[in-house]
Design a protein around this ligand. Sequence first.
Ligand code: EPU
Length: 471
Amino acid sequence: MALFCNFTIFQKPFVPSCSSQKTQFSNTPQNTNQDTIFKIKGPATLSGHVTISGSKNSSLALLAATLCCSGSSLLHNVPNISDIQAMASILSSLGAKVESFDGKMMINSDGVGKVEVDSEEMKKIRGGFFVIGPLLARFGEVVVALPGGCDIGKRPVDLHLRGLRALGSVVELRQVQDGKVWAHAANGKGLVGGRFQLDYPSVGATATLMMAASMADGITVLLNVAKVMIEGISTDVFVPDYWALIKGAGTDTLVIWGKSLYGSECVIRPDRIEASTFMIAAAITRSCISMSPVIPSSVSCLIDKLSEAGCKISQLDQHILRVSAVPAYVGDDLKSFGIKTSPFPGFPTDLQPQIMALLTTCNGSSLVEESVFDNRMTHARELQKLSARIQVSKSSAVVFGKDEGSSLCGSPVTARDLRGGASLILAGLAAKGTTVILKIEHIERGYEKIDTKLQILGADIERLTPLPVLL
Ligand code: EPU
């Protein structure tokens, strides 16, 4: 039975029953240091099947949500990537017991007693900030360092903070050193239900406020929420009285009843951005590959765009997709198409860089518009080093296809952020010659074993760590 959750909070006590070998959480997911590079020899032709890992962003939110629960929570299908390791470190630094084994994570936060989160890991990932809601609700006070994350533009937390104020807290932003947020419950005890309308459907603020409201005393109404946080809820299997806790799934308004929450068990849904990246890999290499598990409705925007370009996408089973762009099928080759990113269910900003790489190989020119983040075009410069012809103006770019001056050719390039780095891998697969990608630690924040998965599909990609120079 499909059991994918994007976001759930548990209300029934969960008794851990896993007998597998457990290991205390380790901080070395993929053995990457700052000198490790990817070397890709192209052009590649891919074939076969790839397994999609659990969603990074759902895992980050659910890991933080375990702080809302007493007892143990067991998450299945958690990807082994550095952002998750950083989140696990943050939970451990607070006093939570975190164990990982066989793609699962068991978290028990009964021992958490700290209200100050000052872990170095906070500066690395955005999701670390999610702990503010549960800690504030549990202890009536919290001090949290401002979060890091990919450098893709301004990433304020004003909506998180204004929402927490609407739930009965006093919040101050202290700009000491890197900046910290200090918040305490106005009543000296905990949060109380309230009403808050987000100016923008922020994914992070929605997650923060869902967690805080789930533990607040009374009912909370959140308006203009990010629908992505609850997409797919109707296909999920929840504990029977889940619906009594949060109503409004699939709409932009959530009504949340605060309660005492207990740890439970859930399976993280497949990562729609990873699945989409492999779909684009099939397209950019004019290959045919299949992938699972994928929730087809979660990638429907991309299915539409790839179909418009001329690819054939087939659903082989409930959670299996096949993407074909083989020359015999696409005839005169793929046609260019335009995209404009917007909040879910619009075209995902997290796919804009990968689509830009694909468009350099299509026929015709296209317009790529980024409307979610204000500095998410730095990959264009790296793609230009691979002989792509792209003109960037602020947050939009005209991408010229292969018949208009782009002709991908291998070169050294640098990953500047996670998805931009993925676009370089895709371009490297399509480029003639050798592409060397530096700073792959950005890519490994969000893609589990991407090199191994591509090797299985037939790509010539190597992970190389230069030996230290002996003086
Ligand atoms: N915004 C505000 N104020 C806020 C919060 C957000 O103005 O308090 C603005 C941001 O400046 C931005 C826009 O709202 O312009 C969207 O930000 P949002 O809060 O929705 O994004 P996020 O929570 O910071 C998450 C994902 C990102 C993904 C975005 C958009 C996590 C950990 N990160 O970020 O994932 O791009 O939503 O879908 O969930 C990635 O996986 O590569 C990635 C960057």
